[in-house]
Design a protein around this ligand. Sequence first.
Ligand code: AMP
Length: 418
Amino acid sequence: MSLRAVKGMKDILPDEISRWHRLENAFRTRAERYGFREARFPIVEPTALFVRSIGETTDIVEKEMYTFTDRGEKSLTLRPEGTASSVRAYVQHNVQAKEPVTKWYYLGPMYRRERPAKGRYRQFYQAGIEVFGDPGPYVDAEVIDMVVGFISDLGIDEVEVLINSIGGPDTRARYRDALLEYLGPFRAELCPDCQRRMDANPLRVLDCKVPRCAKIASGAPSMLEHLTDDDREHFDGLQQTLTRLGTPYRVDGSLVRGLDYYTRTLFEVLGKGEGLGAQNALLGGGRYDQMVQSFGGPETPAIGFAMGLERLLMAMPESVPRSHVDVFVVAAQPDVRAEAALLGRELRSAGLRVESDLRGGSLKSQLRRADKLNARIAMILGESEIENGVVQLKDLQQKTQTEVPRNEAAAHAKPLLA
Ligand code: AMP
């Protein structure tokens, strides 16, 4: 039996990686421009971390986590998302004692045992940010504006920003009553999970993917009509700031998102271009003002989002891939290979990306390899070149060749590569 990658988990091979690098670099650049710093967390965490934060009645915790017992001792889980770990780390390292507002970003693989589909995997990558210590709503708008700008940097134009507020505990309590009153007559029609959720956490019914439940949920009363005055003011502030920033958005009172820890602001960015198919949620986020405290930290408001890198890559326009080789060093005779290796090192020290083929093949076969790799330049070194301290610089695009002093070879190459 041949061994293959686990279902829903993909290899990313070098031909694809330049797009990943572009995406990741663009994210880092933008996040750092807004004062975020990178944090890295373990991929494996105590299971209780996710059960307590994401919520016992959510799809992730009920059905999708990769959980195992560590040698008969502790229950551990492959992280399904990044916010729970961020909060754990924030509390564990007592970060609030060091700074009033903390801004972190992270990048890495996440694991959910979902049904694989286009744009939905069991190992997928997320990039996300978290802001601790600012109650908003101005920072909420800034975070949304930042990510919309980021997506536009990637050349993804057709997006829609959805926002909602699910309020704080008081709003939730009011809304829960209204929702239960609405759901009551439909109880028998709901899926068994939702019948259970009605007792444990009725809000989760709004997020059920079973079509019958989704149809019933679509008629539920809007959360926005139940906001307390404080929550309403917060939501108004968010909208006013977004308007001032010129960030287009649409209020969607049915947006709930599949994690329990949210409070007040929720948002999602949908890709509208072709190519994404049904999995068109590029990113999602929201405020989680109670989570730090529930993990034993001080009262600390917080907001964050996470985006799926595979989905962003699907939505990103194709671009001409850049070759990974600037200069291909050719040894004209097998005997000069040691010197060719030295020339390669000289050029690399000057910052060029250099490849060669030191197996001792013919000049022609080495040049063919240079072409195949899409190198812009070949530098040919033979016995007479070594003697005279020169190299033959061949511009493989313009099909021209010039002899240049060896110690100036890199300086001659750079303008061609710019
Ligand atoms: P969530 O953590 O569920 O709020 O998801 C945030 C973002 O992660 C989504 O908008 C997607 O872009 C991405 N995402 C979530 N689940 C998956 C998955 N199974 N496969 C690929 N991307 C995903």
